[in-house]
Design a binder for this molecule. Structure first.
Ligand SMILES: [Zn+2]
Length: 222
């Protein structure tokens, strides 16, 4: 799952707008930010089988980012960083923790069983990747529903709708790129491309929230 994860960020922004959008956007992929880093260092491992439907990834070792206890720990970390580093109100920090954890739920739906329930526990995953058309429909559908709520929230608060459309177009373009680009190229390339995609999404989110600000827009840019 890629863009589907961002539906949690957009929904959170509409429900608890005191956290900047870029932080929710990073939070929604925080587990994968850790995964991309750990893949490069060899702490977690993956293989590629292009014959697999949906994603060609075989994620056979990722206890530190995608096991259930790790996901809970990263979610707590996200909330703590939001509260003490970003100095956000408690409710926004809780929203951040939920956004971070939503990544595991999204992966639970999409992944083949590769998410450990506990350290040496069974691996779970509903395997929607095995049905690529349905998986894409779920991802884009989640993004569309959350995007509509978020855009409506923006408009209600005097912000323009079109930057929201630009952000969602960027995300869907990223999904199409991820679908068509060949996987692999080594663990360093895989990690760097993943990190670059998540940083790019956060930068675009920052730009979308920052402007354009004109006299008709009541909210300060955050
Ligand atoms: Zn993931």
């Amino acid at each position: 799952m890629f863009v589907g994860h961002y539906s949690a960020a957009l929904a959170a922004k509409a429900a608890e707008p005191r956290a900047p959008l870029w932080s929710y956007v990073i939070g929604a992929q925080l587990l994968d930010v850790g995964w991309a880093t750990f893949i490069m260092t060899g702490l977690e491992k993956a293989a590629v089988d292009e014959s697999l439907p949906g994603s060609p990834l075989i994620l056979y070792r990722m206890p530190y980012t995608h096991s259930l206890p790790a996901a809970v720990a990263w979610s707590v970390l996200g909330g703590v960083v939001a509260k003490y580093a970003l100095k956000l109100p408690r409710r926004a920090a809780v929203a951040m923790g939920l956004v971070v954890f939503s990544h595991w739920i999204g992966d639970l739906i999409a992944h083949r069983p590769d998410l450990k329930l506990w350290w040496h526990g069974p691996e779970v995953g509903l395997g929607l990747w095995n049905f690529p058309v349905a998986e894409e429909a779920v991802e884009i559908g989640l993004l569309a529903v959350a995007g509509i709520f978020w855009t409506a929230w923006r408009v209600r608060n005097g912000r323009r709708a079109w930057p929201a459309a630009v952000f969602m177009t960027f995300l869907v373009a990223g999904q199409i790129f991820a679908l068509t680009a060949p996987e692999g190229g080594g663990k360093i390339q895989m990690g760097l491309v993943t990190l670059a995609a998540y940083v790019a999404a956060a930068v675009v989110a920052w730009l979308v929230e920052r402007g354009p600000v004109d006299a008709g827009e009541r909210l300060p840019a955050t």
